[in-house]
Write a new protein. Structure first.
Length: 192
């Protein structure tokens, strides 16, 4: 498992006032990842909290995605994280729902549940409320898995972008998660 920030090779996204630029980037990344996974017969699942199904929506908008996408769980509550994905109650108590540990257990749980080769787990604070000094709005943890390898990142979007709103955080989180997955599945010799 690695815990690193955006600065390790993932491209930054620039905002237009209405999020068109970053939404277009999400569409491009998603299309590229899904087409690669189809060509390599790599199955995918997703466990989403703060993205609220946006990754699933983006993936299933690509023609042919049904060949590789098994499904997703929109695990917005702690109960769903525990009961459906198998996130440990102890992990939730010890680290909080907004943590790399929970993102990791979410991706592991959905990968097992959906029996896929790859999985994404996302949890964070999209705002506008819910943040704190320790974990401000824009705190997002992503875990991506491929076979026996995993990469976990704290996106810390609040450090990189000004004037984030809820939709921006959701779109950025989805785009970064898919870029992380692409990096992991294409670089089998590296952890992330």
């Amino acid at each position: 498992m690695c815990n690193v920030k955006n600065s390790d090779g993932l491209g930054s996204f620039k905002f237009a006032k209405d999020n068109k630029v970053v939404t277009k980037r999400l569409d491009i990344v998603t299309s590229r990842v899904v087409k690669y996974m189809i060509a390599k017969c790599i199955s995918l699942s997703a466990a989403e909290s703060c993205t609220g199904g946006l990754i699933s929506q983006s993936v299933t908008s690509v023609p042919g995605a049904s060949a590789v996408y098994h499904g997703g769980v929109c695990s917005y509550t702690e109960d769903v994280k525990r009961e459906v994905l198998g996130v440990s109650g102890e992990t939730l108590r010890k680290f909080s729902v907004y943590s790399p540990e929970v993102a990791s257990e979410m991706s592991a749980g959905v990968m097992k549940l959906m029996r896929t080769d790859a999985a994404i787990g996302v949890t964070g604070i999209a705002g506008p409320a819910g943040g704190s000094d320790e974990k401000p709005v824009g705190t997002v943890f992503v875990s991506v898995r491929y076979k026996d390898r995993e990469c976990v990142r704290d996106l810390a979007l609040y450090k990189e972008y000004e004037q984030l709103d809820r939709e921006s955080i959701r779109i950025l989180s989805a785009a970064y998660a898919l870029e992380m997955l692409e990096q992991l599945i294409k670089n089998e010799s590296e952890v992330c």
